[in-house]
Write a protein that binds this ligand. Structure first.
Ligand SMILES: Nc1ncnc2c1ncn2[C@@H]1O[C@H](COP(=O)(O)OP(=O)(O)O)[C@@H](O)[C@H]1O
Ligand SMILES: O=C(CO)[C@@H](O)[C@H](O)COP(=O)(O)O
Length: 481
């Protein structure tokens, strides 16, 4: 491998299932080294992870990067959104983090929306109507179920803030990730004291919101990390905002990410406020906005269906009539936190491959239903949809998105767009460039474009019909809950 042309930066993605680190050459965007280490997520009633494991995974991923990480001049961390990290006076976790896909706080979400002004109030104040994923609902859940943990908490952080703070010693966050808490007012771009008071959270426990382009700090202690003391640390951001940076997208280009979560989003110059709650009006990491819809059931749910059928994930077969709503973890879009998976239209001649295809269709349907809602009205429908995340590597995912969207689909060759976005953010600190411009210079979105095919309206309307007809069942919890 040839020597780097420019300084090196490290970009990190601390996502639900693993931490990935890339060492990137600022001059060319070439990935000089990479590393990855897994996380453990609980599988019982909730979804929790120990933040200390994220730190260990970061250390391991950086160790795999070798000497190159040690040479980095700047680092930035992107991470799974919304997770509630509670720290004690020593900076240690009071309890495991409550993750974005933990739906136990659904009753608190419904209560907060109802008691504090209704859906329109929340959408206008924070950009989003909080569902169980949002941090504010998790804090309310903790206050109700574990008041001792709340009393012991001296700092509240998001996943990416936790790791950034362990590097710098300073409690910081950014507007992108702050916008997913439910206690950040999108109109004033400040913490919302009324909402915080409502849930009994002292604003002094929250991190400082660092401005785009501002340095969050420097690496304080590199004893157990391959960074030099004084390495610049960028503010980082939520994983979807980081991927938007990593692709260098401009308004009008839709992105779909297929990972643990399914997301669909676009950059917009306009602040969003959708009172239906389908679109979350997040901020991006630059100063624009990132309207986004998110599902809880994506690659893991489809892989689970394939495993139950004893099939490879690519062993799909075309076929009509069978519908599978793969809501194995409850669902957020549509907002059905107590739902479970639902199968309809099974016949003697239905094959396993058709069932598997139905799971893909069901997973992609809600994301595509939100596609036009996240795009500005003047967006050109012939602009390719950028498909990213682990699932984007799969042919069955690519073909399902193509068939159900009717749009051209572009699959970037770069694999880790979140970590690349974080790297672009770190590079921007060094060069003074806009991180999205850095990513465009690195040509990160380059990849094959799959031509548009005719949209499969029959499947889309069948899915819409089953979803609507099954509403009472999907709103109900099962006996095992
Ligand atoms: N070649 C592939 N085809 C289809 N799915 C894949 C492939 N490789 C990885 N995946 C899926 O990608 C998922 C991980 O995606 P990733 O975006 O890394 O998740 P996250 O960021 O949520 O941790 C896994 O659940 C796996 O099912
Ligand atoms: O909750 C959301 C977005 O609102 C999720 O997209 C999380 O940010 C988790 O992301 P992955 O780990 O699936 O990438």
């Amino acid at each position: 491998m040839s020597a780097a042309e420019g300084p090196l930066v490290v970009g990190v993605d601390t996502s639900t299932q693993s931490t990935k680190a890339l060492v990137v050459d600022v001059a060319t965007g070439r990935v000089v080294a990479s590393g990855q280490a897994p996380h453990t997520v609980t599988s019982g009633a909730g979804r929790e992870s120990d933040p200390r494991q994220w730190w260990d995974a970061l250390s391991e991923a950086l160790r795999q990067c070798g000497e190159a990480a040690h040479e980095a001049a700047a680092v930035s961390i992107g991470g799974q959104q919304h997770g509630l990290v509670t720290l004690d006076a020593q900076g240690d976790p009071v309890r495991p983090a409550l993750l974005w896909n933990d739906v136990r706080s659904a009753p608190q979400a419904a209560r907060l929306v109802e008691e504090l002004g209704g859906a329109k109030f929340w959408a206008e104040r924070t950009g989003s109507v909080p569902a169980a994923s949002f941090t504010v609902t998790k804090w309310a859940w903790l206050a109700e179920h574990e008041p001792d943990a709340v009393r012991a908490t001296r700092a509240v952080r998001l996943p990416h803030d936790y790791l950034t703070e362990r590097l710098t010693g300073e409690g910081t966050t950014d507007r992108g990730d702050a916008s997913g808490t439910g206690w950040w007012a999108s109109g004033t771009e400040a913490y919302d004291e009324e909402i915080l008071a409502r849930v009994g959270l002292d604003p002094a426990l929250l991190p400082r919101v660092v401005r785009p382009g501002e340095v969050a700090g420097t690496v304080r202690d590199s004893d157990d990390l391959p960074f030099s003391r004084g390495t610049l640390v960028a503010c980082g951001t939520g994983d979807n905002a980081a991927a938007a940076l990593g692709l260098g997208v401009r308004p009008g280009t839709p992105v779909m990410s297929l990972g643990t979560s399914g997301t669909v989003y676009a950059v917009s110059r306009h602040r969003q406020a959708d009172p239906t709650g389908t679109v979350a009006g997040f901020a991006d990491a630059r100063g624009d906005w990132l309207p986004l819809a998110c599902t809880l059931n994506c690659t893991l749910a489809v892989d689970r269906v394939a495993a139950l059928l004893g099939l490879d994930r690519e062993a799909v077969e075309a076929g009509h009539g069978v519908t599978l709503l793969p809501f194995l973890d409850g669902e957020r879009t549509p907002n059905l936190p107590h739902s479970s998976g639902l199968l309809h239209g099974l016949r003697h001649d239905t094959t396993g491959g058709q069932l598997l295809q139905a799971a893909y269709d069901g997973a992609v349907y809600s994301l595509l239903a939100a596609l036009d809602l996240v795009l500005d009205e003047d967006a050109d429908p012939s602009t390719p949809l950028l498909l990213i995340g682990g699932g984007a590597r799969g042919t069955a995912w690519q073909q399902t998105v193509r068939r159900l969207s009717g749009r051209p689909v572009q699959v970037p060759e770069a694999r880790e767009l979140v970590a690349l976005g974080a790297a672009a953010q770190a590079a921007g600190l060094l060069t003074g460039e806009d991180p999205a411009a850095v990513a465009r210079r690195w040509n990160t979105a380059a990849g094959p474009v799959l031509d548009a095919v005719e949209r499969d309206e029959e499947t889309l309307s069948r899915l819409a019909g089953v979803l609507s007809d099954a509403a009472p069942l999907l709103e109900r919890a099962t006996d095992t809950d």
